[in-house]
Ligand binder design. Structure first.
Ligand SMILES: [Zn+2]
Length: 210
């Protein structure tokens, strides 16, 4: 599946991923080391999929994955998120709690953003990074913009409902004053595998008792 640097709508939609200039590792001055999320194999081209990811991003994604797996305990779709502050500290954690709370807005990103805002003491999260295992939906992409988060790191793309480069690109919409740097494909396989396992299980036993 195509992933990694999802072209901005203004970019060449049909560009080959490897021909995309932003996919050039040499164009990634912040990539200080081989983050685990980029180490799927030297010859697969996957290393070019997350050119701006850092080792810290991959570490934060590991924490988001812990949250995602915890969502399974309540029968929620396993998506997890953390908000990382400017010093690398985790300011907020969230997992999808839609089923747990009966709350249609309790997506992992919203939960994590709320906790981070409480920790910071204000709604602006202007120096933070949101790290989430799945590409945010329309609501969560809107929440990222509303919180003034400047940077988004995501694991798996969501071709059906993603709003950060897939179906929509809310976070980089030129009509908005605030725009977000998007780094995709960090620990992508792990992030997608958690979701695949969840949906495979639900398809296999849709009516089985708990
Ligand atoms: Zn969402």
């Amino acid at each position: 599946m195509l992933a990694g640097v999802r072209p901005h709508p203004d970019a060449e939609r049909d560009a080959e991923p490897d021909a995309d200039p932003v996919a050039d590792p040499d164009a990634a001055p912040d990539a200080s080391g081989p983050a685990p999320g980029r180490a799927a194999g030297p010859s697969t081209g996957r290393a070019s999929r997350a050119p701006f990811a850092t080792a810290a991003d991959a570490a934060a994604m590991a924490e988001a994955l812990v949250e995602a797996r915890a969502a399974l305990l309540t029968g929620d779709v396993p998506v997890g998120a953390v908000v990382v502050g400017p010093g690398g500290e985790v300011l907020g954690r969230g997992r999808n709690r839609r089923e747990a709370d009966g709350d249609p807005t309790a997506h992992a990103e919203v939960v994590a953003l709320r906790e981070a805002a409480r920790a910071v003491g204000e709604w602006r999260l202007e120096r933070c990074t949101l790290v989430v295992t799945l590409e945010p939906c329309l609501m969560c992409a809107g929440a990222v913009v509303a919180a003034r988060v400047p940077r988004l790191v995501l694991g798996a793309w969501d071709p059906k409902a993603g709003a950060c480069g897939s179906q929509w690109d809310v976070v980089r919409d030129r009509r908005l004053h605030h725009r977000v740097e998007v780094v995709g494909g960090v620990r992508e396989e792990e992030s997608a595998a958690v979701l695949r396992a969840f949906f495979a299980e639900h398809r296999a036993a849709p009516t089985s008792p708990p």
